[in-house]
Design a protein around this ligand. Sequence first.
Ligand code: TUI
Length: 315
Amino acid sequence: MLRTKICDILNIKYPILQGGMAWVSDAALASAVSEAGGLGIIAAGNAPADWVETEIIKAKQLTEKPFGVNIMLLSPFVDDVVDVVLKHGVSVVTTGAGNPGKYMDGFKSINAKVIPVIPSVALAKRMEDIGADAVIAEGMESGGHIGELTTMAMVPQVVDVLNIPVIAAGGIADGRGLVAALALGASGVQMGTRFVATTNCTIVDGYKESIVKAKDRDTVVTGRATGHPVRIIKNKLAREFMKLEASGASKEELERFGEGKLKVAARDGDLQNGSIMAGQIAGLIKDIKPVKEIVEDIIKEAKDSVSKINGLFEV
Ligand code: TUI
């Protein structure tokens, strides 16, 4: 129940993708999401290609269902990561933080479905023109590197100019969010923050607890001055970064300060000096649960949510 076009394209049960999150989305998390009926995604982030290769091999052992790899296009290892993806015949590739145009022929040569993350209508159109199978319209409610538009404003505008399916991302963590996305014309959703606060996610517990503790206004956008705005949970690092930014520090200085800080939080467990990337929807997340339960609950909630709305018409 609840099938959309993206389910057929990706050969998955539910129209729910897990965001590719650097240092977070490994084979354990991705395979759990795929096993639950969604699409799990391993994030290459800034990791070397051999790490990505190991995770792809592990994921193939953990699930027979489709999974994807997210390629972060600013990575210094991007060319090698693309080669690994081609070598292992990964069935779905999502891309972030740039234009994947020059890799498109390679992805097509292995029949991978290509789904770029886009922050605007213009880029969405360009992706359709170069042969993308779908796009992920990611609003600025999201954690990590973000664009300018909100999910609510961007998704229907992208839907109206594309023929390929649109996945909504940013600010979605439950069944109501899924229904809202479908109402805007999206074919499915991608969730990141919700899948961090799960028992299947292998990062330190403190990071997950920071998401559970976060309230609605507890994230901030840092790094606007660098041209790479990044949403993180307020902590010591966020305050120091904002102070540095306000003091007029150079782009290079800010980038140097931010470099490597996601690992410091997610893997080394230093939640004051590390960067806790998370979306605005963290405020809605109240527990750390198994992925399977989250996916099942979302589908149930979505159905209830639609019934409630239908009830409003039956007057
Ligand atoms: O990529 C993300 N989220 C990320 S990447 C990341 S690692 C990182 N850390 C610090 C600085 C930069 C990266 C943490 N979170 N989401 C997908 C996304 N893609 N958001 C925005 C975009 C995007 C931006 C510009 C996609 C395409 C684009 O194109 C510009 C152009 O015209 O080429």
